[in-house]
Design a protein around this ligand. Structure first.
Ligand code: SF4
Length: 331
């Protein structure tokens, strides 16, 4: 059983301190069920008008600055993620939404932890507090443990994002395997970026899972999609319009390369990448995604046409080979 720490006292203090009148709140899908409770508490303790976003919000990259500005808000409160965008025009309060674990959790997973290995260990932001405990448990089983340093877009040492594994790569030569505390999404991302065994410790299911077979099946899918894309000639280049996913420069670079290879291409601005939003582009037969690199990799069966990452597109065009792609990672 999991409980969340929404830090509502801190939120209230921040609203009062900043004298904020209109608040725009973003919640991950799993927390939208609490909107009534959150608004009741905040409206009781502050004078602010509260607006909630209904849009999906999968990362700190997705900061709804435009929406908040249009509503005249003077503070964004973003639950469930760590800071990602540093140049927001509006003040932002990020609430990590730490997950409080069952006291029995450690006992349940202990027997499945690795023995006598050199282990790199990292976590998503909500579980960061338990890294220290898991490290001690691993050490008592003869393991040596490295918590990777803070590198890239993360806020803390030992933290990972679905698109940020640089810190884990930095310790590649010092470990035998990795243990990722989080979900399949994050551990799959790690296994696609790291040429070492990756295990998932999922505090929600209270299970430890070897990611190797899922990784193999995703690699097969990626290989098949890239091979198919080699023979396709009408490319749609997706430019994510979410504040932290916007990458027009890459999109223009890809367009130039495609055209130099005799391929047709169009630039497509997009907010939420879904099969509904892409299916109407009937004259496009393959998409290249410069927004969140995980869309299209994790949800491959939800799309009717291949969606490639920038690096995969370069493999399809013969500018990069499959071995390099495995070495560098797909995104
Ligand atoms: S770009 Fe994608 S993977 Fe990275 S933080 Fe945003 S939603 Fe997560």
């Amino acid at each position: 059983m999991l409980a969340f720490d929404l830090e509502l006292e801190r939120v209230i203090n921040e609203i009062i301190d900043k004298k904020a009148n209109k608040i725009f709140i973003q919640l991950p899908e799993g927390l939208k069920q609490y909107v009534l409770k959150i608004s009741e508490i905040l409206e009781e303790k502050t004078e602010a008008t509260i607006y909630f976003s209904s849009d999906p919000c999968y990362g700190g990259c997705d900061l709804a600055i435009k929406e908040a500005e249009e509503l005249g808000c003077d503070l964004i409160i973003h639950f469930g993620h760590s800071p990602f965008i540093t140049n927001s025009t509006l003040p932002v309060l990020y609430i990590r939404t730490k997950i409080i674990l069952d006291t029995d959790f450690r006992r349940k997973i202990e027997k499945d932890l690795p023995i006598n290995k050199k282990v790199g260990i990292a976590s998503i932001i909500q579980y960061l507090e338990i890294i220290k405990d898991i490290k001690e448990m691993l050490e008592s089983r003869g393991c040596s443990v490295i918590i990777p340093p803070k590198i890239g877009k993360v806020e803390f040492a030992g933290q990972i994002l679905g698109c940020e594994y640089s810190s884990l790569r930095s310790i590649l030569n010092k470990v035998d395997c990795y243990l990722i505390i989080g979900s399949r999404f994050h551990s799959l991302g790690a296994s696609l970026k790291l040429k070492k065994p990756v295990f998932l410790l999922d505090p929600y299911s209270e299970k430890i899972e070897d990611m190797e077979s899922l990784k193999k099946s995703v690699l097969k899918q990626r290989y098949a999609l890239i091979s198919k894309a080699k023979n396709l000639d009408k490319f749609g280049i997706l430019i994510g319009m979410k504040a932290g996913q916007f990458n027009n420069e890459s999109a223009l670079k890809i367009k130039k390369i495609l055209e130099s290879r005799g391929k047709k291409s169009v630039l497509i601005a997009i907010n939420n990448i879904s099969s509904n939003s892409l299916d109407n582009f009937t004259d496009i037969n393959v998409f290249v995604n410069t927004a969140c690199p995980r869309v299209g990799i994790d949800d491959v069966t939800r799309f009717n046409k291949p969606i490639l990452t920038e690096k995969e597109c370069m493999v399809a065009l013969g500018k990069l080979n499959w071995i390099d792609l495995l070495e560098k990672g797909f995104f």
